[in-house]
Design a protein. Structure first.
Length: 435
């Protein structure tokens, strides 16, 4: 995490004080359950809560202890004992470090997912608003980067809305999958602790018991979570790249908002660069970079090892913080995006009507021409226009072979822009519903 791309709401989830607070809650809830089962004195469990519930844990002190013990959970428990006193001997009864670490990580990941889901809602709201605003704003559709047939700018935004709707569904599923708790002791057999303790802690922490843990919670759950973040990041980059292309000088169909006093270049005062979109491309790469280690973390030795630990200490905060920042930035970018319908129309007209070539092709086949012959007739009139040597409509009207099948009026009919937009309402209803 670096401050430049970090929002405080997400960063707070990963701060040491938050982590130690969650560790304490796990231990204290476990103590409550152990007390109810008669394993430890009830007064001891009450003392743990009374003395440490509102404590501010001394991070520097915990770090100092860890430098000696070389064990983070033991360092925390030692510091907790300094706060709680003699009753601290009843804390962590029958538990192992992974019970605390894994359950805490999953609490943090679910909290992070909640923030990311709220971010997705902001992106979806911005996309929906701008999609309806430009529902019928015609623009050129491109395949391979080359002019193809007309679409609307609203449809471009609707594509993204549908994609981020799927992203939200995936993240809800990933959150559910990672929201498990393991308080099962060494190698996960519950030999030293009753499974009812796990059930109590899980409920208290907003999780569900892990059906079977091997001292660690299975990392396929986390692989799914981080893979989902990677897919969302790719969706962010997809629309960011679209905006970057649309802002090119030769295109200029849309561009990022340029505020008063903003500077685009240290050397060239005229520049207005798509810096936010380019930034989103870079941030997306970083989120995706954590997918591979998440997948590799699934493969641990026997009942456990800690090869996953170092990677997760980085990927947990970095992936969620980065995607959180990117989604909020994207929502603002879409909301303030400058759209230029006149330039869109200008680009639509740039190829002299060639965007209607398929309609002419189909009209010829419907009048009796073979598809092969129709394709040759259309292409031979299209290529001069492609080279800037004429107008497509006029050339078709002058082509004697074309006129064997189509009248001038029938040729002109194929150049109706509205024909391409007749199902926009249908598509919008599919994406946004009847509202």
């Amino acid at each position: 995490m670096i401050p430049r791309y970090t929002r405080p709401e997400m960063a707070s989830i990963w701060e040491p004080q938050t982590r130690f607070k969650i560790w304490f809650e796990i231990e204290a809830h476990a103590a409550d359950a152990l007390a109810e089962l008669g394993t430890i004195p009830k007064e001891a469990a009450r003392t743990v809560w009374a003395k440490a519930k509102n404590a501010t844990f001394d991070v520097a002190r915990i770090d100092e202890i860890e430098r000696e013990t070389k064990h983070d959970v033991i360092a925390f428990l030692t510091h907790l004992a300094e706060i709680v006193g003699p009753e601290a001997r009843f804390v962590h009864q029958g538990m192992t470090s992974s019970d605390v670490l894994d359950t805490c990580l999953n609490v943090q990941l679910t909290r992070a997912a909640d923030l990311l889901l709220a971010d997705l809602d902001k992106v979806l709201a911005a996309l929906k608003k701008r999609a309806f605003e430009h529902k019928m704003t015609p623009t050129i559709g491109r395949s391979h980067g080359i002019h193809a047939e007309p679409v609307t700018f609203g449809l471009k935004l609707a594509y993204a809305y549908a994609e981020f709707s799927r992203a939200k569904e995936r993240l809800i599923a990933a959150r559910k999958e990672v929201a498990t708790c393991a308080i099962s002791g060494a190698v996960g057999t519950f030999a030293q602790i009753d499974p009812r303790v796990e059930e109590h802690v899980a409920k208290a922490m907003g999780l569900v018991p892990e059906p079977i843990s091997t001292q660690v919670i299975p990392r396929d759950r986390h692989a799914m979570y981080f893979s989902t973040l990677g897919v969302i990041a790719s969706s962010v980059e997809r629309i960011a790249v679209e905006i970057r292309h649309m802002q090119r000088t030769e295109v200029l169909e849309a561009e990022e908002f340029f505020s008063e006093g903003q500077k685009g270049s240290s050397a060239m005062p005229h520049k207005r660069n798509p810096v936010l979109s380019e930034n989103l491309t870079g941030l997306s790469r970083m989120v995706r970079a954590y997918v591979t280690p998440a997948l590799e973390n699934v493969v641990l030795w026997h009942e456990r090892d800690i090869s996953h630990s170092s990677a997760e200490r980085m990927m947990g905060p970095d992936a969620t913080v980065t995607l959180d920042f990117a989604l909020v930035r994207l929502a603002g970018l879409i909301d303030k995006l400058l759209v230029y319908p006149a330039n869109m129309q200008k680009n639509l007209d740039r190829l002299g009507g060639l965007v209607h070539s398929q309609r002419v092709l189909l009209a010829l086949t419907q009048k009796g021409a073979s598809r092969e012959d129709a394709y040759k007739l259309v292409q031979r009139n299209a290529m001069p226009v492609w080279r800037g040597e004429g107008d497509f409509l006029l050339l078709l009207k002058k082509d004697a072979e074309v006129k064997k099948y189509l009248t001038d009026a029938e040729i002109e009919e194929q150049f109706d822009l509205g024909y391409h937009l007749k199902h926009v309402d249908t598509i919008f209803k599919r994406v946004f519903g009847e509202a």
